[in-house]
Design a protein around this ligand. Structure first.
Ligand SMILES: Nc1ncnc2c1ncn2[C@@H]1O[C@H](COP(=O)(O)OP(=O)(O)OP(=O)(O)O)[C@@H](O)[C@H]1O
Length: 227
């Protein structure tokens, strides 16, 4: 599903990735960890092709960074569900409208939008709140809306950058459980996290970015992962 082949990336003076190879199979759930400035966001940006590697290639589904034209990048992004901190909800639109928006801009028919949005809201447990404004929801509920918006177009990969970052520990576990449920439907998930409590509670593959490389690391219970 995702392959990095001999990828190097320099940003400013930082060698963020140095001849990195990585393979992620369809249906995997993967945590991405690493210290501040290690390159976690840069990895996600390469996957949605907002950043091009200086050398090597990034393959996401049928899209390859060395072949893709700028005009094709929106098609790639339609296959990606994106849950980022700076990708806010519209305060003046209802929960339903926030989720529907993604489909409206891609020209999906009204009836189909209603069905897809209802399904997505039901999946995240927010059917009852469809007419609320986001400001009337709790932080965890708002994050559920963000997740509904990310999955409504039935992506094959979900990319999440600290999806539980600002939430209480219990709510964070609920949100991660929801992401796991979505993953079990067959969607490949990559999620950046700093939260080892979460990794402990909901175990999955862990990739650590360090010194320009990406390592698979084993999480040992009772022992903090070194950062
Ligand atoms: N546009 C840029 N120009 C120069 N350097 C950059 C640029 N963007 C990012 N960097 C540097 O590249 C490195 C990787 O940044 P990145 O944002 O991917 O790290 P991160 O692991 O997501 O960090 P954090 O956990 O702090 O968000 C950092 O050293 C950062 O300062």
């Amino acid at each position: 599903m995702i392959t990095l082949s001999d990828v190097s990336l320099q940003l400013g003076r930082n060698q963020v990735f140095d001849h990195v190879d990585l393979q992620i199979e369809r249906g995997e759930l993967v945590y991405i960890v690493g210290g501040s400035g290690a390159g976690k966001s840069s990895l996600l940006r390469m996957l949605y092709m907002d950043l091009q590697p200086d050398s090597g290639s990034v393959q996401v589904g049928e899209f390859n960074s060395t072949l893709i034209k700028r005009s094709e990048i929106p098609y790639l992004r339609r296959h990606l569900g994106i849950v980022f901190q700076d990708f806010k909800l519209f305060d003046d639109r209802s929960v339903f409208e926030n989720v529907a928006f993604v489909l409206e801009v891609t020209g999906v028919k009204r009836k189909l939008i209603a069905k897809k949005v209802s399904d997505a809201l039901s999946e995240v447990g927010l059917s009852q709140k469809r007419n609320e404004l986001p400001v009337h929801l709790s932080g965890g509920e708002q994050q559920r809306v963000v997740i509904a918006r990310a999955i409504v177009s039935e992506p094959y990969v979900l990319l999440a950058d600290e999806p539980t970052g600002n939430l209480d520990p219990d709510v964070a576990v609920e949100i991660m459980s929801l992401i796991k449920k979505i993953n079990l439907r067959g969607i490949t998930v990559l999620t950046v996290t700093h939260d080892y409590n979460l990794v402990k509670k909901i175990p999955a593959r862990i990739l650590q970015i360090k010194d320009g490389k990406i390592f698979d690391v084993q999480f040992k219970k009772n022992e903090p992962v070194k950062r």
